[in-house]
Write a protein that binds this ligand. Sequence first.
Ligand code: AMP
Ligand code: GLY
Length: 423
Amino acid sequence: MKVLVIGSGGREHSLVWKLAQSPKVTELLIAPGNAGTAELGENVDVGAEDIGALLELAQSRSVDLTVVGPEQALVDGISDRFEEAGLKIFGPSANAARVEGSKIWSDDLMTKYGIPTADSQAFSNSVMAIEYGRSKAAGSLVVKADGPAAGKGVLLPDTYDDLDTAVVGMLDHRTFGEASSRLLLAERMSGPEVSVFAFLDGETVSSAVAACDYKRIGEGDSGLNTGGVGSYTPPEFWTEELAARIRTEILEPMAKALVAEKSSYSGVLYAGLMITDTGPRVIEFNCRFGDPECQILMPKLKSDLFDICLAVAEGRLADEPVKWARSAHTFVVMTSEGYPGSYDTGTEITGVDEAAEHGLVVHAGTAIDDSGSLVTSGGRVLGVVGSGESVKDARDAAYEGVSKISFEGAQYRRDIALRAIQD
Ligand code: AMP
Ligand code: GLY
């Protein structure tokens, strides 16, 4: 079978790594891919958001199944377009991808079906939003742009002044363009955060898996937000009881709600949750795998990813087992100096083969230059997944691997998964 994977990050490299292990996958195309995916398949120079060109590629190369990594094409309807053309694709329709594409739509759905989340109010008028903000305690609300804003659309103001600035910026100055033409003011929850993933096909929900990610660039969760610089699984607070609650209170009702709203979901659902004093509550849903969570979930997945993706695409997930190993994994991402601000590219990377003796090296912003050397091509460059029986073993392996890789200006956090191994 010929499989096309859409995307170019670490998430996509790990998906390709897992798909390549399936005896049924004979050929892999990646659009556009990175230097890591090029070792496992053929990179094709088509952008991950160019639906027309991706459709043409899938048709001209007789692709049997397309697997979509990032969200934008899903929100823009790539699955609908492929299905209309008779092509099989793993990823939700545009209607279902609204779980990520519109925070207001998603919040309305959760409220209507009693799925636990933060109390929220939607606004398009800044005066009314500010008035509402002032009716609540200072620092008790978060401001969320309705649409996708590259992970930057959530602000947590501590004072009324900061709240006003956030509201005016989003609604009146359109800080995030159309994505902030409407916003949500949501109750600020507290507790540990966890990302939970399950494959969905209508009302069928596969066994779920949990991971924690690190979004800030600096140790101790300081500094600017990033696309994600580390992850580990399992979370130290994960129990069977919590998993069961998340399944019955969040995942299953959500799958049913989406069917009831004629937005039946087919793909992987990513629930970003906060474990509050009153139980697990939804921060947000995403319509895809998380990055950098996917990088640790692929080594944990015992089942054949191709079989699962095809079963989901063909609407027969109920007959397809999804099994997760008990293993622990830690992923540490190496970034370019300056990231998430501006940074240089084209810097040579060495030590990848030595690192691979300790863990799985996952590429993100890498390329091969004209002289055939592996060089940096992005902010998040590459990372190492360590595996073991405990998070401590996995963490030690990941850091051992990372210590073997060098490029000028390389940065990484030293505290990934540290909290999971402390008493
Ligand atoms: P999101 O883009 O929705 O994942 O939000 C980014 C981050 O903002 C989350 O990982 C949380 O740390 C924080 N956040 C979002 N919504 C809330 C909320 N209602 N209460 C507390 N923190 C939140
Ligand atoms: N783990 C963060 C994200 O994928 O959005």
